[in-house]
Design a protein around this ligand. Structure first.
Ligand SMILES: O=P(O)(O)OC[C@H]1O[C@H](O[C@H]2O[C@H](CO)[C@@H](O)[C@H](O)[C@H]2O)[C@H](O)[C@@H](O)[C@@H]1O
Length: 256
């Protein structure tokens, strides 16, 4: 944190979206960014080299669920685990993989055959997520889905990305760690912070360590995920704690 405070113009602040900037809710379509986050990020963005939201969401969805984010200075959204980038109003992305619509077409029949209630499908374009949070037994449903979804993903050249009551079928070849590493190199960052809440964020924690830069990892703590807490330099209480930490950082920059 010392390096970030003394040289904000060299710092990249990396942030996950769901569970970090946005509280977890039962319906993914109804998630919304913490109300204070856009304002705090706007203050922060005026001082740092870059704010990078690194998320499993498509960038367009993160911006939709985060009104005000598009106006944050120096903001980049690395969506779909880094496959898609939003910057200054433009989205860049490689062509979508053909395996995703094929796997998605087989999902309803597969879910029916498993007889699971309350399991929902989120079509994300370049990936498809199967959610169990609204099932009567979310953990049980997740366990029952693991193997059949892994087979379905494999059959269509996709991989499984496990998350909070969700298994996502997505293309291989990119993760939050690679996305963050490439971004740090591209921007010639001199320090880095990354905050996340879920298993997919561990790769970004590893990237912070591997970068060789002064870095700090922050866990947006929850009772649901413990793996990150053990690997983080700082643990705060969910999105509320993240926003408070970012606000402290922004005030420290304004004072100096
Ligand atoms: O990388 P992230 O920004 O953390 O995105 C990961 C996944 O987040 C979303 O699902 C999670 O949040 C939902 C809304 O709070 C919640 O209902 C669900 O249980 C969580 O897993 C999103 O729907 C996925 O597409 C993202 O990949």
């Amino acid at each position: 944190m010392e390096a970030i405070l003394s040289d904000p113009a060299g710092a990249v602040i990396g942030l996950d979206f769901d569970g970090t900037l946005s509280p977890i809710v039962p319906d993914p379509a109804k998630a919304v960014i913490h109300p204070k986050a856009p304002g705090v990020l706007a203050e922060l963005g005026a001082h740092v080299l870059s704010i990078a939201i690194v998320t499993g969401r498509p960038p367009a969805t993160a911006l939709e669920l985060g009104p005000g984010l598009a106006d944050v200075p120096n903001l980049v959204v690395l969506g779909h685990y880094g496959f898609e980038r939003w910057e200054a109003g433009r989205v860049s992305a490689p062509p979508p993989p053909p395996g995703v619509p094929r796997a998605e077409a087989e999902l309803p029949l597969l879910l029916d055959s498993l007889g699971l209630d309350g399991v929902t499908i989120e079509d994300k374009g370049r990936a498809v997520a199967v959610h169990t949070r609204r099932s009567p037994d979310p953990e049980g449903a997740l366990a029952a889905l693991r193997e059949p979804l892994a087979k379905l993903a494999g059959a269509h050249g996709l991989v499984i990305e496990p998350g909070r009551m969700v298994l996502e079928l997505r293309p291989p070849g990119m993760d939050k760690g690679q996305a963050l590493s490439l971004f740090l190199a591209e921007r010639n960052a001199r320090s880095v912070m990354f905050a996340g809440d879920d298993l997919g964020d561990l790769a970004a924690f590893d990237a912070v360590r591997a970068s060789g830069l002064p870095g700090v990892t922050v866990c947006s703590g929850s009772a649901e995920v413990t793996a990150l807490r053990e690997r983080a330099d700082i643990v705060v209480d969910g999105p509320e704690g993240i926003v408070a930490l970012l606000a402290e950082l922004a005030s420290a920059f304004s004072r100096s």
